[in-house]
Structures are given as C-alpha cells and as structure tokens.
Ligand binder design. Structure first.
Ligand SMILES: *[C@@H]1O[C@H](CO)[C@@H](O)[C@H](O)[C@H]1NC(C)=O
Ligand SMILES: *[C@@H]1O[C@H](CO)[C@@H](O)[C@H](O)[C@H]1NC(C)=O
Length: 306
C-alpha cells in the first residue's frame, strides 16, 4: 500500500524545473492571457454548436399523387367591405372553388382598424330553403312560398327564394339586373342595407383553403364570381360602384403546417393601390417539404419561394 502511494506521488505529467532555470516575462503573461481568452471562446462556441443542431437538407423527387395542399391565410383589406369581398380558387385541372365560404372568417374593420363584427362565413349559408316570413307577428318558414325569379326561371316553376338565388338566375341567363330595389327577396334580406352599412369599412379575412397539388391560382376580389363562356367573371353590378380599392396587407400566408425554420416570404407584405382601379398578383412556387427532427418526428409541409 505504502509503495503504491509513493509511486502515485512521483507520477507527475509536469515535472517542475528548478526555479533558477525560469523567470516570469511580460511576453509570457501576454501569451497566457490571450490563450486563456481564446480557449474560453472556443469552449463556448463549441458548446453553442453542440446545442444548436444543424439542419441538413436533402432533395428528393416528390412522388406523392392526389394529395391536397392546405393554404392558411390572413389578409387585411383596409378599404373594401366584407360583404363585397369573395375568394375563389381555380387550378389548371379545371377544378374551381368559387366564393369559398368554408373555414373562412371575415372581420369587419372600422376606419381606424377596430374590429366591428366577426363573421364566420359559414358553410351552406348560400342556399336558403324556405325564407323566413312574418306570420301573425312571428317569423316562420313558409313552406308554400316560392319566390319569383323575375323572368329568369330556367325551368317552369323554379323558385328563387333569396336575393342570392335571383341574382344567380339572372347571371345564368347572362342578364343584367338594372333595378335590384324592386326585387322583393333583396329588400327582405336587407341586401342593400348591408352594403350601405359597410360602406367605407375594411375587412380582415382569414382561414384556410384546401386545394389540389397542381398549378393554379386563388384570388380575393370584389363581387361574386361566375363562369360565362369559360371566362371567369366577377359580378360587380349590384354594388353600384365602379371603383374598388384593393390595398392589402398579408399578415400570414403559409402552405401547410408550421415547422421550425420555415420562412414565408409573403408574411407582412403590403400593397397600396395608387390608381382608382387596380389588381396585384403574386407569383409563388410551393415546394413540398418533409421536416424530420432528431426524435424522428416528421412534419409534412411546404416551403414558399418567390
Ligand atoms: C306563404 O307564401 C304563399 C305564397 O307566396 C302565400 O300565398 C301565403 O300567404 C304565405 N303564408 C303565410 C302564412 O304568410
Ligand atoms: C386605398 O386605400 C389605402 C388604405 O386605406 C390608401 O392608403 C390609398 O390611398 C387608397 N387608394 C386610393 C386610390 O384611393
């Protein structure tokens, strides 16, 4: 035991030289100081590198088919009213989603950007079965009611039970509606009152949209759209306005789920309309992306490039 202790005592990686053979110098102190600082810096930078995993990218061919793409958006139009604004999505395969209302919320904005009303744009809010009518002081559905289409019936006995349906029937015929004030259905629903009430307001529209993974476009525009001889048309007649200010701010535009490090280049982009009439287009490329973290979790999403 004693021998082992002795051996340990003599084990020294830095045997001391006799004091006479060395002296402390200025340059020595300087080198000590600098090297200590460098060592400290290296130590922390290595720790930092260790704690921040690097993202390794790999390019593969996307062989998925028939999948859909979820577009999440949040756009503010400071000078266009919610009741006027509509959203359409069209792709090259010919699929159209006109006047999308599913999964969309519209917020009416006042002049200084305050929220007046939040309106889920509701599923199936377009089709009205039988309208509510006053019956002995109460509002009830009248089962025998069949509203006139004002001459635009495509088949005999067709009913137009809401303002929307009368307008659709006219659109289908390719007719102009010169005097919407005389349409009973529109009067009853307060169609003009709604437009008049929202005059000068803005609209914040947000939600999501499911589209096919093919080239296409989606757009926000005033007026309901329809197809006439294969041309995409927006019906603006009912609004009695021929100028629309489509200035907007994109608060968020993402394709698919969020994953760490995703950059959405259109977030925060703003466009101000200078001319009385305007349109603005963004051309973007969407690249399917699979993000896999160190625990093996994968997120299927997309990246956007301008
Ligand atoms: C229901 O509608 C029909 C047809 O428009 C009308 O003749 C009838 O008076 C209405 N009934 C009530 C209770 O309002
Ligand atoms: C459109 O509205 C924006 C924001 O309210 C405003 O800055 C811009 O001047 C308007 N453009 C026109 C042509 O009125």
């Amino acid at each position: 035991m004693e021998g082992l202790m002795n051996k340990l005592r003599h084990l020294d990686a830095y045997p001391k030289v006799n004091e006479d053979f060395y002296s402390r110098t200025l340059s020595g102190g300087f080198i000590t100081l600098v090297s200590s600082v460098v060592m400290l810096l290296l130590f922390f930078s290595e720790i930092r590198l260790y704690l921040h995993p690097v993202v390794e990218t790999k390019l593969v061919v996307d062989s998925s088919r028939g999948e859909t793409l979820r577009i999440n958006f949040d756009v503010t139009f400071p000078a266009i009213a919610c009741s006027i604004l509509s959203l359409d999505a069209i792709d090259i395969s010919g699929e159209q989603h006109l006047d999308v209302k599913h999964d969309i919320v519209k917020e009416r904005l006042g002049v200084n950007g305050n929220v007046i009303e939040v309106r889920p744009d509701g599923v199936g809010s377009r089709k009205m079965e039988k309208p509510l009518q006053r019956q002995g002081g109460r509002l009830e559905h009248n089962e025998t009611y069949c509203g006139s289409c004002y001459g635009a019936e495509s088949i005999d006995g067709e009913c137009c039970n809401s303002c929307e349906e009368v307008r659709d029937a006219y659109r289908k015929k390719g007719w102009a509606m010169s005097n919407l004030d005389l349409i009973e259905q529109c009067k009853r629903e307060g169609f003009f009152q709604k437009i008049k009430d929202e005059e000068g307001e803005g609209c914040n529209i947000y939600g999501s949209l499911e589209v096919k993974k093919v080239a296409g476009n989606f757009h926000f525009a005033p007026g309901k759209s329809f197809d006439q001889s294969n041309i995409h048309v927006h019906d603006l007649q009912a609004f009695r306005k021929n100028r629309f200010n489509l200035s907007h701010t994109i608060n968020r535009l993402a394709f698919g789920d969020h994953f760490p490090g995703v950059v959405n280049p259109l977030d925060g982009v703003q466009w101000m309309q200078k001319q009385p009439i305007g349109m603005y287009q963004y051309f973007i490329k969407v690249v399917p992306t699979m993000y896999k973290d160190e625990n093996g979790h994968t997120i299927q999403s997309n990246q956007v490039f301008l």
